[in-house]
Design a protein around this ligand. Structure first.
Ligand SMILES: [Zn+2]
Ligand SMILES: [Zn+2]
Length: 319
């Protein structure tokens, strides 16, 4: 199991109470029109978007309750996903890892997960846009069987972000730009046969962890960057930016926000990416339903990101 996803989840600090939008949503009368006459709502701000929710093998409640929780908190654009490897390791290994088997650990089991998402999509059609997705490990991107990929509305690459774990050191001789460019090209190749949007999941995590370490050890971080202009140019020179999205992962943005310098640098990096023609996704990476709703929009506005910059939302709704 990629440990940094859990770390991203656990790294989220304090939470805040239900947002005004969540309260409005709770107070809203449920739409009772027949589903065929209803189109899902478009989000008006980033607090309504979460395109990285682990809702399969690790969840701690029925899918319907999980979706209900987010919708009641005003989150109405939902990307429900799971790690692909949890459907490739076999039931025994899955039970040993997570102590439970919600769907068989097989491509058919992933189909069962997606079938259940489809039922949620119909049930919540008047209230939410719900998408199927899959998180692929970057080190096995090109070897995932095609049958695992075909039903996903979008695919994400789990970017190797663990800076200090010796078992994840295979990237250490390449720059961030080379790392990004390599994975982005591979992911776009994987997404191409089914014209799926490609998302680099938590791509900032490695650098933000390094910058935090620098600050804690008293090193200067002033001249450093989250991604340098060279990193971004390398990425832009290697890929067609159409269909590629950079995820703003809660773990990254909330951790960056704890340090003024890192926050400034992340804002600069986001601006450079946007000027280069890239757009963004947004996801909490929750592996379990959180105790309280957390609104990312104030931090996003400080990074210069608004709902209009979350291009994956528009791309998915236009499909
Ligand atoms: Zn991940
Ligand atoms: Zn994840």
């Amino acid at each position: 199991m990629p440990r940094d996803c859990d770390a991203a989840y656990l790294g989220i600090g304090q939470t805040i109470a239900l947002s005004p939008r969540g309260l409005r949503c709770l107070q809203m009368k449920r739409d009772t029109r027949p589903v065929e006459n209803v189109t899902p709502p478009s989000p008006e701000d980033a607090s309504q978007v979460d395109l990285h929710l682990h809702a399969g093998q690790e969840r701690d409640q029925p899918l319907d309750e999980l979706v209900r929780w987010f919708v009641d908190n005003g989150v109405t654009t939902l990307g429900l996903l799971d790690h692909s490897e949890l459907y490739m390791m076999g039931d025994e290994a899955l039970r040993a890892k997570h102590g439970q088997i919600i769907y068989p650990s097989s491509p058919e089991g992933l189909g069962d997960f997606y079938d259940e998402i489809d039922r949620m999509r119909s049930k919540y059609l008047a209230e939410a846009s719900i998408y199927r997705a899959l998180e692929l490990p970057e080190w096995e991107l090109l070897t995932i069987p095609g049958e695992m990929l075909v039903r996903a509305d979008f695919l994400g690459c789990h970017m190797n972000t663990s800076c200090h774990d010796p078992s994840y050191r295979h990237y250490e001789d390449i720059s961030c730009g080379e790392h990004l460019a390599t994975r982005a090209s591979q992911l776009l190749r994987v997404c191409e046969p089914n014209s799926q949007p490609a998302v680099l999941f938590h791509p900032f995590h490695r650098r933000i962890a390094e910058l935090r370490t620098s600050i804690k050890t008293g090193e200067l971080v002033g001249p450093e960057e989250v991604f340098t202009r060279e990193d971004i140019d390398l990425l832009l020179d290697s890929v067609d930016t159409d269909g590629l999205f950079i995820e703003l992962n809660f773990g990254d943005i909330f951790q960056a926000a704890e340090y003024r310098e890192i926050s400034k640098q992340l804002g600069r990096t986001c601006r450079r990416l946007r000027e280069g023609g890239l757009s963004f996704s947004l996801g909490s990476d929750y592996h379990r339903t959180p105790e309280e709703f957390r609104d990312p929009s104030p931090i996003l506005s400080r990074l210069g990101i608004g709902i209009e910059d979350l291009g994956l939302v528009q791309t998915l709704s236009a499909k």
